[in-house]
Design a protein around this ligand. Structure first.
Ligand SMILES: Cc1cc2nc3c(=O)[nH]c(=O)nc-3n(C[C@H](O)[C@H](O)[C@H](O)COP(=O)(O)OP(=O)(O)OC[C@H]3O[C@@H](n4cnc5c(N)ncnc54)[C@H](O)[C@@H]3O)c2cc1C
Length: 398
């Protein structure tokens, strides 16, 4: 089932708006921003929005093939975080599902790029960026959400193998992924220091798709179970017990890209609000001439500009090889996703009744933007991370 075609965004500033990130981008980024923005607008925005979970699962694979064939996933392999941010801004503005596909390819493969395991990299990385293999990242459990170290999934050594047991929940691409980058405890008593990371092909005996978990904005999510799932020791990424640190290092790099996706959704919502405010007349004049509406538009644009600067600062720090970007990435994710929520909500308000029609892009954005404040660490957890850095690293000049 598919919903009516999403109409293209009204003409406004380009998305991504590379100019808004100014000196934080290199010339190659400016060119890339134009190219991927045009691709997303031309090829993704007009695609029918999936109307239900089954359609989203089908569409995710179609979008993967499109992204891979066009080379749009290459910035992940290059670990060019500013380009990844530009990609997510463009994709999220045109198709939240295409953005989710990009995000999961990155989450699945970045631990491989960061860890020293050539065999696993050789098996998966090229297929991931070419769009031939769909990735998933399996960390969360029912009793281990924000408190990742509480995970109960175990990986027990058995000669040259590990045997995995446990259930992972809220896993994007569950049931359609070709492989899962999985976090499991090799030493439960050690909590965080006892977690290791494994790459598990989806067809491994003992790995089972349990059930889909259906979101209001269709996105393939679900539960998977490991039942005496035997994987070779060579599928472990990094040291035994190093999985927690590897997971956090991955999230440090990718949280700015979540902020970028938020900026893309917010930019699209702002464009819709501006177009509507100019066109819609009430009390004998366009909404745009009412100062209360202008105030809303001004706040939306200012929030978006500030969010973009935090996002591209965090990505620039990572690109220049800063040893740690935890603080910058947490600020970028928390601020940009919270700002985007406000901006999208204001856009709905400016549109009035039209803004809550299921077929309207801002209604879809309203549903899609919400999850960004939750996944890859909630806003509250980002605030705890920021406070921890401030209190323990004397990072007050950040
Ligand atoms: C659309 C979507 C896709 C996802 N995809 C994936 C995926 O692919 N892989 C994966 O592993 N996970 C995925 N997740 C899971 C996601 O990372 C978790 O939902 C998230 O980490 C929060 O965990 P939780 O839902 O258990 O909430 P909880 O941890 O139970 O938190 C509930 C609330 O309590 C607050 N809270 C918790 N602890 C504290 C504290 N110490 N101080 C203050 N407040 C606190 C939280 O901020 C939140 O507001 C996805 C989630 C969603 C919604």
């Amino acid at each position: 089932m598919v919903a009516p075609h999403t109409r293209p965004a009204p003409a406004a500033r380009p998305i991504p708006d590379a100019g808004a990130a100014g000196p934080l981008l290199d010339d190659r980024h400016l060119a890339f921003a134009g190219e991927i923005g045009a691709f997303a607008e031309r090829e993704l925005a007009p695609r029918p929005a999936p109307a239900d979970d089954a359609a989203a699962r089908h569409e995710a694979r179609a979008l993967l093939a499109r992204l891979g064939a066009g080379g749009w996933l290459d910035p992940i392999l290059a670990q060019d975080w500013r380009a990844c941010c530009l990609a997510r801004e463009a994709l999220a503005a045109a198709s939240p599902l295409a953005d989710a596909v990009f995000a999961l390819q990155a989450l699945g493969v970045v631990p491989m790029l960061l860890a020293d395991n050539a065999a696993v990299r050789d098996r998966w990385v090229a297929d991931v960026v070419a769009g031939r293999a769909l990735a998933a990242f399996a960390m969360t459990e029912s009793e281990a959400g924000s408190d990742i170290a509480a995970m109960a999934t175990t990986a027990t050594r058995d000669g040259p193998h590990y045997v995995l047991n446990g259930v992972k929940t809220y896993i994007s691409n569950a049931g359609i992924a070709d492989f899962y980058t999985v976090f499991a405890s090799t030493d439960p008593a050690a909590r965080g220091r006892g977690i290791s990371c494994f790459v598990v092909p989806a067809d491994s005996p003992g790995l089972r798709f349990v059930r889909p978990q259906v979101l209001s904005e269709p996105h393939p999510l679900g539960e998977i179970a490991f039942e005496d799932c035997r994987v070779p020791g060579s599928s472990r990424l990094g040291e035994e017990g190093g999985g927690f640190a590897l997971g956090l290092k991955t999230l440090d790099r990718l949280r700015s890209t979540v902020g970028a996706a938020a900026c893309g959704m917010a930019a699209r919502a702002l464009a819709e609000a501006l177009a509507h405010a100019r066109a819609r007349r009430q009390f004998g004049k366009p909404l745009a001439q009412f100062q209360l509406v202008q105030e809303k538009l001004a706040r939306m644009a200012t929030d978006l500009a500030a969010a973009r600067l935090l996002v591209y600062r965090a990505a620039w720090e990572a690109d220049r090889g800063a040893p740690r970007v935890t603080l910058e990435a947490a600020m970028a994710k928390a601020f940009a996703t919270e700002a985007a929520q406000r901006i999208v909500d204001d856009a709905v308000q400016v549109l009035g009744g039209a803004g809550v029609m299921a077929s309207h892009p801002v209604d879809r954005l309203y549903r899609a933007v919400r999850a960004l404040r939750i996944y890859e660490g909630t806003t509250e957890i980002q605030h705890l991370v920021i406070a921890d850095r401030l209190l323990h690293d004397d990072a007050s000049g950040a």
